[in-house]
Write a protein that binds this ligand. Structure first.
Ligand SMILES: C[S@@+](CC[C@H](N)C(=O)[O-])C[C@H]1O[C@@H](n2cnc3c(N)ncnc32)[C@H](O)[C@@H]1O
Length: 269
């Protein structure tokens, strides 16, 4: 195999392995997801409230990376006339919703392949805490914007690169790799969306908590199945160093920055 082909093949197989790992981690924790995903639920409600009075054109609506359907249900409660197709590639998470919300439309689909044909020309594309899991979040965001019909809306919540301050600081002090998921830059996502949409709401929500130490923080990530990592796992000695260098308990630290974005595709002139 030529060297360029071999590099492409190995990048593709690393991406496949990561995608399988993400699915496995979410799948294992699926039955605990809603109990543990308090931040995701709070943000879903907030985003859903922004969609309440949006004038939607006719056309399909979807929740991308819907998981157990927190965001789709929140939007449907605010707008009982709207039904969202729940799209996710984790069958165990989709099945969680199927148990309590019979008949909710669902599609098992890998969003790294782009949007399913059912959502072409969408009237509303909503997504919470999912874009960052895709191989190319920026390209996929541009694709999502491109698939909206004129007058259609994007409602997005996504954690950004400013998140995880205590973890990054501890990794730097301990001189161990930061093994959290790389998160997209808010300013880049805003710029991408604004190329195709008129931004009607754009806000960076910052969630700081009193730092309770390394283990409660890392456990909270694992509790929802969000621990998949692109890099190798830390060796036990590295993990001990990370924990030892975690910022002092008690000080408030920025744990999450979440970009909330609402934009409308201009009406065709
Ligand atoms: C943190 S959960 C968020 C779930 C839900 N949107 C919420 O706010 O509770 C991330 C979701 O993205 C989904 N996901 C990750 N990669 C995906 C992919 N390539 N295709 C489809 N879904 C994906 C996961 O299965 C998971 O349900």
């Amino acid at each position: 195999m030529a060297r360029a082909d071999a590099t492409t093949a190995s990048a593709a197989s690393a991406a496949d392995a990561f995608s399988r790992q993400v699915r496995r981690c979410f799948g294992r924790q699926a039955s605990h997801y809603e109990r543990a995903a308090r931040l995701q639920a709070a943000v879903a409600w907030r985003l859903a409230r922004h969609t309440r009075n949006l004038p939607l054109p006719p056309g399909p609506c979807g929740d991308l990376g819907a998981g157990s359907g927190l965001l789709a249900r929140a939007i449907e409660r605010q707008r009982p006339d709207t039904r969202l197709l729940r799209v996710d590639n984790c069958p165990e998470l989709l099945a969680q919703e199927a148990q309590d919300c019979l008949g909710a439309p669902q599609l098992l689909w890998d969003l790294d392949q782009g949007l399913p044909r059912q959502l072409r020309g969408a009237a509303l594309l909503a997504s919470g805490f999912a874009l960052q899991w895709l191989e190319q979040p920026e390209q996929q965001l541009a694709h999502w914007c491109g698939q909206l019909r004129p007058g259609g809306w994007l409602a997005l919540a996504v954690p950004t690169a400013a998140s995880f301050a205590p973890w990054r600081l501890a990794a730097e002090r301990a001189e161990v790799p930061f093994t959290g998921l790389p998160l997209p830059e808010a300013s880049r996502l805003e710029a991408i969306a604004s190329r195709q949409l008129e931004l009607r709401h754009c806000q960076r929500l910052r969630f700081s908590r009193s730092n309770e130490g390394a283990w409660p923080f890392l456990r909270q990530i694992k509790a929802i199945g969000a621990q998949a990592s692109r890099g190798p796992r830390l060796a036990p000695g590295e993990l001990r160093r990370l924990v030892a260098h975690w910022p002092r308990a008690g000080r408030r630290q920025l744990e999450w920055e979440v970009l909330l974005l609402l934009g409308q595709k201009p009406w065709a002139r």
